[in-house]
Design a protein around this ligand. Structure first.
Ligand code: AMP
Length: 285
């Protein structure tokens, strides 16, 4: 497994691979890997010839009061896990390499970036789209793999790629969960034991809502209410709970086939996000 730290070397490597007829899959990460990241790496390995994982804690997507400096980092552990999952290259630039001064350009996907998480984190998605654009230009992948854990991010990136004619296929992969249902996240390490226990109420609420949907409940507000009562009973503070259209992220008053229930909530000081699709399970005849 190679470790590449500069944009120039990364581009040279990727151009040589592409000239040799190879396809490149990219899995962008901020490191501190867990099974969620590993599932994306496995998918990338299965789908392309060369698997690149980027590891970059991107300052541009953190707000001024957010956790950039204390975000967990452990390169040795991450590189061991990435290697075991079949990664061929870790692209591991530092902040100076990605944002040499003066840096003046950003990519912003209007409307979608201001909804849901964008309300409490107004600059966040601009940071995400800018860095992903830069990672694509450095790694030159034909395909990039992201988790549905960050569902809004996935919708925004699909829009960016479409709007800007970028020749990259975006793949979304299902959420990997802890045994009690909590969606895996590098930020779960911030939870106290007590908050960690309460945090599973988010996925329980989502499951209860999806079960009610399967039984015929289609009213968005009523489905929202089911999640709300579960997370409130556990003492979590809601940021938002919404039933949204999967493509537009606009509220769905009545659930159709393309809806998703999305949540952000605080367990103590830790902001957690999760979501589940609302899709009718087709019964076998
Ligand atoms: P991060 O390192 O948190 O920026 O995440 C890197 C990628 O892993 C993103 O595409 C995330 O959506 C994805 N990811 C994070 N957690 C999970 C999870 N529990 N299941 C699946 N994918 C995940």
């Amino acid at each position: 497994m190679k470790i590449i730290k500069t944009v120039h070397e990364m581009q040279e490597f990727s151009l040589a691979q592409r000239t040799g007829g190879k396809t490149i899959s990219l899995v962008p990460t901020m490191g501190y890997l867990h099974e969620g990241h590993i599932s994306l790496l496995r998918e990338g390995k299965n789908r392309g010839d060369v698997l690149v994982m980027s590891l970059f804690v991107n300052p541009m997507q953190f707000g001024p009061k957010e956790d950039f400096s204390k975000y967990p980092r452990d390169f040795d552990r991450d590189s061991g896990l990435a290697k075991s999952a079949g990664t061929d290259v870790i692209f591991y630039p530092d902040v100076q390499e990605m944002y040499p001064e003066p840096f003046k350009t950003s990519v912003y996907v209007a409307e979608l970036s201001g909804m849901l998480c964008g309300k409490t984190r107004p600059e966040h998605f601009k940071g995400v789209t800018t860095v992903v654009m830069k990672l694509f230009n450095a790694v030159l992948p034909q395909r990039a793999i992201f988790g549905e854990k960050d569902f809004q991010q996935l919708v925004i990136l699909r829009q960016m790629v479409k709007d800007l004619n970028m020749p990259v296929e975006i793949l979304g992969m299902p959420i990997i969960r802890e045994p009690d249902g909590l969606a895996m996240s590098s930020r779960n390490t911030y939870l106290t034991m007590d908050d960690r226990r309460r945090a599973s109420s988010i996925s329980k609420g989502l499951l209860n809502a999806t079960e009610a949907f399967q039984k015929g409940l289609k009213d968005g507000k009523a489905l929202q209410g089911i999640v709300r009562s579960d997370i409130q009973a556990a003492g979590l503070k809601e940021d938002y709970i919404e039933v949204v259209n999967e493509k537009t992220l606009k509220p769905a008053d009545v659930v159709s086939d393309t809806a998703r229930i999305v949540v952000a909530a605080y367990a103590g000081n830790v902001r957690l996000i999760d979501n589940m699709p609302l899709k009718k399970i087709k019964k076998k005849k």
